[in-house]
Write a protein that binds this ligand. Structure first.
Ligand SMILES: C[C@H](O)[C@H](O)[C@H]1CNC2=NC(N)=NC(=O)C2=N1
Length: 98
């Protein structure tokens, strides 16, 4: 169930209310840039997300430069988006919010 591919409409609906996330043109991934006060806060966020990602067995594609973390989420197993990406995006927004 969790690994069923979300179509464009389902993805757009899931993104309403999910601050900051943008659907890719091909509707195959979502992305967001998180900006922190400093490197320590950015890295603390990444550490928290990494532990959650291991628990979910669902891993982000991301990069970090100083206090910025760029994230792209998709589900390799379905070749696009699944509810796992939406769950992960929600979790990241919660962690970012405090
Ligand atoms: C075997 C293991 O469950 C899979 O390889 C998991 C690991 N993490 C994953 N992460 C992401 N983003 N997509 C996946 O399809 C995926 N699959």
């Amino acid at each position: 169930m969790a690994r069923e591919k979300l179509g464009r409409e389902a993805a757009e609906a899931a993104l309403t209310g999910l601050d900051g996330w943008v659907l890719a043109k091909d509707a195959g991934s979502i992305s967001r840039t998180f900006t922190f006060k400093n490197f320590s806060e950015a890295f603390a966020f990444m550490t928290r997300v990494a532990l959650a990602a291991e628990k979910m067995d669902h891993h982000p594609e991301w990069s970090n430069v100083y206090k910025t973390v760029d994230v792209t989420l998709n589900t390799h197993d379905v070749g696009g988006l699944s509810v796992l990406d939406i769950e992960m995006a929600k979790k990241m927004n919660r962690y970012f919010g405090g």
